[in-house]
Design a protein around this ligand. Structure first.
Ligand code: SF4
Ligand code: SF4
Length: 190
């Protein structure tokens, strides 16, 4: 009896195209709903949440000394072995505390953004920043070197994120730069 009822219901559904109507309702709903187009990157840029894991950054002390002691623990902990560290002693050469990295580079194409390198670092030198713009036209730019990673990051750690901020897209002969104005933001509409 119950089986017959199910069959009749299925037949009615087919005759009335209920599944088709349901699908059409969703499509039409999107057609009349407010657009959520993100005008990236010319006018707006998404600022990630604080815990977002993006491109690496190498930190310094307040006095400007590099925190990295080139212990290579980050490269050993990395599951994809995309970090290369080559140590050297600095000018004073006073032992392990003065060891610095001669080379510290990361291959962002192979990176999983898992954060194991951050966890392994005893001096909190390496952090994953909130920088997520990795697109480029030359494969060499996917490998980030120490000198570049030591530069300060654009989004301050204190900024909460999860918003879309006003941005300006600057093109020059030297490349492309996106300037973010964190004083003008709106919540991400999702
Ligand atoms: S985030 Fe993970 S995969 Fe990427 S460099 Fe660090 S440890 Fe390696
Ligand atoms: S970033 Fe940290 S873990 Fe990696 S070599 Fe430097 S001090 Fe060691």
């Amino acid at each position: 009896m119950a089986e017959d009822k199910g069959r009749i219901l299925e037949l009615i559904k087919r005759v009335l195209f209920t599944d088709f109507v349901k699908g059409l309702t969703v499509t039409l709903g999107y057609n009349v709903s407010k657009s959520i187009t993100h005008k990236y990157p010319d006018e707006e840029k998404w600022v990630p949440y604080r815990r977002f894991r993006g491109v690496h950054t190498l930190n310094r002390t307040e006095t400007g000394k590099e925190l990295c002691v080139a212990c290579e623990l980050c490269s050993k902990a990395c599951p994809t072995q995309c970090i290369t560290v080559i140590p050297m002693e600095d000018d004073t050469g006073r032992g392990i505390a003065d060891r610095v990295a001669k080379v510290w580079k990361v291959d962002l194409v192979r990176c999983l953004y898992c954060g194991y390198c951050e966890d392994a670092c005893p001096t909190r030198a390496v952090r994953l920043s909130r920088e997520y713009e990795l697109a480029c036209t030359d494969l060499s730019c996917t490998v980030r070197q120490r000198e570049e990673l030591l530069k300060p990051v654009q989004v301050p750690e204190s900024f909460e994120g999860g918003v879309i901020a006003k941005s300006e897209f600057l093109r020059s002969k030297r490349g492309i730069k996106v300037k973010v104005d964190l004083s003008i933001t709106r919540k991400r509409p999702l």
